[in-house]
Structure formats: structure tokens, C-alpha cells
Design a protein around this ligand. Structure first.
Ligand code: KMH
Ligand code: ZN
Length: 308
């Protein structure tokens, strides 16, 4: 089996500042936690931006540029920018930062779907910012749009024109078939890095049987041309990462996907989750890939060829 690539998704656009004091939203905190995650063993840093004033999701190039050079100066991890941004943004808004930064990697969401965050409203909270509650409630009637035309445009503008390679976010079996369609059109070329995204309400649930079927389907569609990683949102994060590593796959952790380190215990940093998954990966006899090893495995252009 190959070495395991640990991705860490540092802040995302799902959780809101009131949910954890450890969720980084300022450029200083995002950079510090990203570098800490890299030092703990993450080869890839998956990044969204936030508005530093109130922590709301942003893909403004200025917000990205406030932390990207710091992270690049502080570690050699691969920087992977989200093109998903947040479902509340237009495609142009989502792409503004990634197009300006021309990263080595970018996420690419493989289908239009529901992305329901409102169950997190749950109990009453004292909200720090007035955008948070309507943001979560609004997901009850919101479409996360990723049409074939959107996907083709991202492949062209970030891939062909800027040399980025992709973390293909597949939230269900149909997304694997959409990815195979783009491979058949010659727009996606191996090695194909698939992220099985589990546990989002609107996508496939985080259950071992589903992961086995996702992998069997990807094996049939992509044969030796792909690598897979798994992320599970919420409390299935570590169990599914363990199963993914045991099946020969790669893993993703980070506060974008889960705020906790144990039941009822908030993770105090992204690095804490990376350290935990590293212990799991090494405990089952696999080695963790360095950023240079991940670059070679994924065919990346290199850190010197980005726009920041
Ligand atoms: N938020 C995750 C469930 C993206 O950034 O493009 C998936 C994700 C999507 O990371
Ligand atoms: Zn993301």
C-alpha cells in the first residue's frame, strides 16, 4: 500500500464562530492552525476564506491573500483551495479567490445537491454574530449548485489555464459517474484524487457499507487511475478515516468537517485532529506521506508555480 496522504480542512464554511472558540476565522488564526496541522503531519491543507470582521464565509481574493503567503512561508504543505466556497455564493464569487491564487490544488464538487446545515441549529445558543442563525436556517431552502457546465468551467479555468489539479468531492454514487463522464470527455486525466464525502445531509451517510460500495464503484470506473480519500462530517470523522486507511485509502480531517476530538469535547486545534488520525494510520502499519510525496503521487505542479 502507498503512504497515506492526510488532508486537513482548516475552517470551511459550514461551522460558525459561535460553535467553537477554536474555529479559526482571522487570517492570523487560519495561518497558525494551518501551519500547526502541517507540522502534525498534514500533507494537504484544504482552505476556505472567512471575512475577518465576523467570520462569515468568503472567497474574496483579499481574504485569501491575507493568509496564503504566511502559510506558504511557514510550511511546505500543498495548498488546496475550495471552489465550493459556500452554497450561498454565486459561482463567480466562489471562484474569485482560487482564480487569483492559482493554487496547486482546488476542490471540485461533482454534483448539484442539498447541503442542509439547519439541524445544527439544534439547541438555543448565544450567537456571537447576527448572520449565523439565518445562515444555518437558510440551508433549508438552498441548492448547492454544481452543474455540468459549472464543472467544465472550473476544469478549464483552474485546471487547463492555471495548472491546478483537483480534489474531486463525491457526495454520492452519481457523482462518481459524473466524474467518469468528464474523464470520458478527456477533461479529467489521471491520477484522479477522489474525496468520498460522507455524512452531509443531502449526500451519502457515513456508513461503512456505503464506503465499501463507493470504493467498489470507483474501482470499476477508474481502475488504477485513481486514489481515494474519505472525509466524514461530524462524529463519524475518525471511524471513517480509520476504515479508509484500512482499505488502502487516504484520509481527511479538520475543523471544517468536525469540531470535536471526542464525544462532547471540542478539538482545540486542527493539529489535534491531524495528530489523532496520524496515530490511527501509523497504528495500523501505514506510513504518512510528506508534502513532496503527495505532490509526486498526485502529479502537482509544485509550490513555486502558484499565484501567491
Ligand atoms: N465541506 C465539505 C463537506 C469544498 O470545499 O469544495 C466538502 C468540501 C467542499 O470541502
Ligand atoms: Zn471545503
Amino acid at each position: 500500500m502507498s503512504k497515506v496522504i492526510i488532508s486537513c480542512a482548516i475552517t470551511g464554511s459550514i461551522h460558525t464562530p459561535s460553535m467553537s472558540p477554536h474555529l479559526p476565522v482571522t487570517p492570523e488564526a487560519i495561518a497558525e492552525q494551518a501551519i500547526g496541522a502541517a507540522e502534525a503531519g498534514a500533507a494537504i491543507l484544504h482552505l476556505h476564506a472567512r471575512d475577518p470582521v465576523d467570520g462569515r464565509p468568503s472567497a474574496d481574493p483579499a481574504h485569501f491573500m491575507a493568509f496564503l503567503p504566511r502559510i506558504k512561508a511557514g510550511c511546505d504543505a500543498v495548498i488546496n483551495l475550495s471552489t465550493g466556497g459556500s452554497a450561498i455564493m454565486s459561482l463567480d464569487e466562489r471562484l474569485a479567490g482560487p482564480l487569483a491564487a492559482a493554487p496547486e490544488m482546488a476542490s471540485l464538487n461533482m454534483g448539484t445537491m442539498n447541503f442542509a446545515l439547519y439541524p445544527m441549529l439544534g439547541r438555543d445558543r448565544d450567537w456571537l454574530h447576527d448572520w449565523e442563525e439565518p445562515f444555518l436556517r437558510g440551508s433549508e431552502d438552498l441548492v448547492f449548485r454544481n452543474t455540468p457546465s459549472d464543472i467544465a468551467g472550473i476544469l478549464q479555468r483552474l485546471g487547463e489555464e492555471r495548472g491546478a489539479r483537483f480534489e474531486f468531492e463525491c457526495y454520492d454514487l452519481g457523482h462518481l459517474h459524473m466524474l467518469a463522464h468528464f474523464r470520458d470527455r478527456g477533461l479529467v486525466k489521471p491520477p484522479i484524487f477522489i474525496q468520498f464525502v460522507m455524512g452531509v445531509l443531502g449526500g451519502i451517510a457515513a456508513e461503512p457499507e456505503h464506503l465499501a460500495h463507493m470504493k467498489a464503484t470507483a474501482d470499476r470506473l477508474f481502475g488504477g487511475d485513481y486514489l481515494f480519500s474519505t472525509l466524514a462530517a461530524g462524529r463519524q470523522q475518525m471511524p471513517m478515516a480509520a476504515i479508509s486507511a484500512g482499505m488502502g485509502g487516504h484520509v481527511r480531517v479538520g475543523l471544517e468537517d468536525n469540531l470535536f476530538i471526542a464525544r462532547g469535547v471540542l478539538a482545540t486545534s486542527n493539529a489535534e485532529q491531524v495528530s489523532r488520525v496520524r496515530t490511527i494510520v501509523e497504528g495500523i502499519g501505514r506510513e504518512v506521506a510528506t508534502p513532496e510525496e503527495a505532490r509526486a503521487m498526485l502529479g502537482l505542479k509544485g509550490a513555486s508555480r502558484v499565484g501567491f
